[in-house]
Ligand binder design. Structure first.
Ligand code: GDP
Ligand code: MN
Length: 379
């Protein structure tokens, strides 16, 4: 689970990583009570990246500017996600922008430090610009300094950057994180450094050991309109950039369906695992209810024109699925035309064929055929 930027910055502040004074904004009107002096930067608090390029980061010189900017940001979806909160932060003039991150190198099974003197919105992960230092033994400040030197830093910048990397490493280990990233780390010619953006991915399996992280994750669910019943959309929905929406029940089925679509040269727009039929982690609703919510979610993206639903049904009656699909597809069809393709497996799935006879929904029992149709339906 990714934390929001303001949450990552709270952890940075506790750890001693320099961050600017900031304030959470829930409504544009909150800016009237802003305690930070102008000029400020207003930033959309969504989990996806690329906010800067999408227009989700704006500067404001006074209250009127700030309210207008906040209104624009609240109405701006970034990769389909609307912010529930904005972060207002003191504006900082950096002379250069660096990239820093710590994550696990899955193949070496060791933490790896990443750093580049060319950070910011155009950060480039090519081997010749992104420097890597694998932490082979117990961590020591030596690793942080080695990264700073590999990044080509000289003078005071070496100390300033390695001190931040050391703090990031403490956070990474103490909180069992999957990722700590600062991009950009603003750096001034005076040697002053500032974390201007932060990203933290917590390890969901470790949440029970970290009450403070669990509280942050819970808090961002409260901010969001998503209730606990639809929380699975947060963890099980993945957005890509093609045209085919994929909806399945079960992680294995979802991944294999995604693979088949890709192998057939199809372009997935997104994929969603509805979870198993029975009570499942955060999903307390019956499968047909999750299907309804899930179909609404995957069709929200304007690039979707094919919806491929692949379900394995044990206890759920195919009748329930049929009713849900007809209901959602009829409602959706009035906005836009989609090609609906369903592959249900279960004891009473022959009824689906008959039920869908005079609808726009195609039922196929064979998964390869269903995938082939989805790929060629609307290229
Ligand atoms: P992202 O695009 O989602 O990664 O959002 P960022 O928070 O990284 O912001 C994008 C860009 O906005 C950064 O690369 C900076 O150039 C700029 N930016 C963000 N915060 C500040 C700030 O406080 N001061 C200044 N001058 N620029 C900022
Ligand atoms: Mn950034």
């Amino acid at each position: 689970m990714d934390l929001l930027e303001y949450q990552a910055k709270e952890l940075f502040r506790e750890t001693g990583i320099p961050v600017l004074p900031s304030q959470k904004i829930r409504h544009p009107q909150d800016l009237k009570g802003l305690k930070i002096p102008y000029p400020v930067v207003l930033k959309s608090q969504v989990r996806v990246g690329g906010r800067g390029k999408a227009g989700g980061v704006r500067f404001a010189a006074n209250t009127i500017d700030a309210i207008a900017a906040a209104q624009a940001i609240f109405h701006l979806p970034i990769q389909e996600e609307y912010p529930d909160v904005l972060l207002a932060e003191a504006k900082y003039n950096a002379d250069r922008e660096f990239y820093l991150a710590i994550l696990l190198d899955r193949s070496a099974r060791r933490p790896v430090l990443l750093g580049s003197p060319y950070g910011g919105v155009e950060v480039n992960f090519d081997r010749d610009t992104m420097q890597r230092v694998v932490v082979k033994e117990d961590f020591s400040p030596f690793y942080a300094r080695r990264l700073a030197l590999k990044m080509g830093l000289r003078g005071e910048a070496i100390e300033a950057v390695s001190a931040i990397v050391e703090n990031m490493y403490q956070l990474f280990v103490q909180k069992d994180l999957d990722l700590v990233e600062i991009n950009p780390l603003g750096i001034r010619d005076t040697g002053e450094v500032m974390a201007l953006d932060g990203k933290i991915t917590v390890n969901d399996e470790a949440l029970s050991r970290h009450e403070d992280l669990a509280r942050l994750v819970h808090e961002s669910h409260l901010d969001s309109e998503l209730s606990s019943e639809t929380a699975f959309l947060n963890t099980e929905y993945v957005s890509l950039d093609g045209n085919i929406a994929i909806v399945c029940n079960g992680a294995g089925l979802t991944m294999s369906t995604l693979d088949l679509v890709c192998q057939a040269k199809g372009k997935p727009a997104n994929f969603l695992n509805l979870g198993s039929e029975l009570c499942w982690r955060e999903a307390k609703l019956p499968l047909k209810e999750r299907l309804k919510i899930g179909l609404e979610r995957v069709t929200k993206a304007s690039r979707v024109n094919v919806v491929l639903v692949n379900l394995i049904l044990g206890v759920t009656s195919c009748k329930d699925i049929v009713d849900t699909l007809i209901e959602v597809s009829e409602r959706k069809q009035s906005d836009r035309t989609y090609r609906w393709i369903v592959r249900p497996i279960g004891s009473d799935c022959d009824i689906a064929q008959k039920a869908f006879a005079d609808t726009d929904i195609t039922v196929l029992e064979n998964l390869d055929e269903a995938v082939a149709l989805a790929v060629k339906a609307k290229k």
